[in-house]
Design a protein around this ligand. Structure first.
Ligand SMILES: *[C@@H]1O[C@H](CO)[C@@H](O)[C@H](O)[C@H]1NC(C)=O
Ligand SMILES: *[C@@H]1O[C@H](CO)[C@@H](O)[C@H](O)[C@H]1NC(C)=O
Ligand SMILES: *[C@@H]1O[C@H](CO)[C@@H](O)[C@H](O)[C@H]1NC(C)=O
Ligand SMILES: *[C@@H]1O[C@H](CO)[C@@H](O)[C@H](O)[C@H]1NC(C)=O
Ligand SMILES: CC(=O)N[C@H]1CO[C@H](CO)[C@@H](O)[C@@H]1O
Length: 333
């Protein structure tokens, strides 16, 4: 089977001056954007071992014809092959620092007894140091409140990860607390939520979420201004830059579905761009590409489609192990 190299290339070209001040008060920065005791809220709860055993075609969101909120689980319950993730990433405006966070409901490693609720967090700092951790949560809760947004929590012994995304997906925040790390990241979209086919969300039309066979994707935040505050073992870092937020899900593990993956995010003056390219490992030479450019937050162009040839590699691909979704390299210009 072809090796699935999941790579992440982040380009940061920057001429923005961010005016928003970082939160002064650290504990306040840890608070979610909202709390929800509202009965109209929809809550999806799962514990680490929740899944359907045996061969079982579980419901999976394959089209957006129902009123499905992108931040709610796309697969519920899980079976032993279908998994999904909530992904957040960013790179500093000078290209020296970066983060990536992946929150998973994914049975991929469950055979080893770890359960299905994996979290992968990774930071690269401007002093050359790097912090990476994989945590297995006991429970995950995703709550969506009409008119407000979605709050997700992955919790385990000694750690808690949380995210908030507003209903219009214009803002997001995620936090992490453990014995070694406190992190708080705020994202303000410079773009609009889009479907893979470049239909913009909420235009009273429904785009397609299908990418390559068995693999699905939606992009709540193609590009964003990010404000990052991290404390690792009492050493503090804070920076601003460009980033984004993705939803990805699949009926089988990534290697079964994907041959490769390329990602570019760009911010240059009023322009920002998000480019994704998914190679299928089921259909030889099949590649789905999708790019959108925004100017002052509105789409100025978008191209998406499937090719069956050998798509020109316009960006250099960086391979790093078989780990799902790493910050492989940050490129600076
Ligand atoms: C899990 O569910 C997905 C989606 O319905 C399906 O495509 C896949 O075949 C199922 N896996 C198993 C092992 O039944
Ligand atoms: C979807 O949302 C629209 C607008 O809020 C509503 O009119 C429609 O009834 C909803 N459809 C379903 C199936 O819930
Ligand atoms: C994280 O913040 C809490 C207070 O919110 C504090 O007690 C703890 O020492 C901090 N941990 C790190 C590693 O900074
Ligand atoms: C895949 O691409 C290669 C190189 O362009 C070509 O030689 C091969 O015939 C293609 N295979 C299919 C199934 O299209
Ligand atoms: C059981 C299973 O699907 N395991 C896979 C989980 O993902 C890793 C990394 O992509 C693969 O190496 C395993 O084969």
């Amino acid at each position: 089977m072809p090796r699935c190299s999941l790579s992440l290339i982040l380009f940061a070209a920057f001429s923005y001056a961010f005016s928003t001040a970082l939160p002064e008060d650290w504990p306040a920065a840890q608070r979610p954007l909202f709390t929800s005791d509202d009965a109209s809220c929809l809550t999806s709860y799962s514990n680490r071992y929740d899944m359907v055993r045996g061969r079982n075609l579980v419901p999976i969101v394959t089209s957006d014809s129902i009123n499905w909120t992108w931040e709610q689980p796309a697969i519920s319950p899980l079976n032993y092959t279908a998994g999904e993730q909530w992904e957040f990433d960013g790179v500093s405006s000078d290209g020296t620092q970066a983060f990536i966070l992946g929150l998973y409901r994914d049975p991929n490693y469950s055979f080893s007894g770890t359960g299905n609720l994996r979290v992968h967090a990774e930071f690269v700092f401007d002093d050359g140091s790097r912090y990476a951790v994989v945590d297995y949560a006991e429970e995950a809760t995703v709550t969506t409140c009409p008119g407000v947004g979605t709050h997700g929590v992955w919790r385990g012994p000694g750690f808690v990860y949380s995210f908030d995304v507003t209903e219009d997906m214009s803002r997001a925040r995620w936090t992490m607390e453990s014995s070694e790390v406190n992190a708080s990241v705020v994202m303000k979209s410079h773009s609009r939520p889009r479907y893979p086919d470049n239909t913009m969300w909420h235009e009273n039309t429904h785009g397609s979420v299908a990418v390559v066979p068995h693999f699905f994707w939606a992009e709540p935040i193609p590009t964003a201004e990010v404000e990052v505050r991290v404390a690792v073992r009492n050493k503090g870092y804070s920076w601003t830059g460009v980033g984004g937020h993705e939803r990805l899900w699949a009926a089988f593990n990534w290697r079964t579905c994907l041959r490769n993956l390329k990602i570019v995010r760009l911010q240059a003056g009023p322009f920002s761009l998000s480019l994704w390219e998914f190679g299928s490992s089921r259909i030889p030479n099949m590649t789905f590409s999708s790019v959108a450019m925004f100017e002052n937050g509105e789409k100025v162009f978008g191209v998406a489609g499937t090719s069956h040839g050998d798509p020109a590699a316009e960006v250099e691909e960086v391979k790093e192990g078989g780990e799902s979704f790493r910050v492989a390299e940050t490129i600076r210009w």
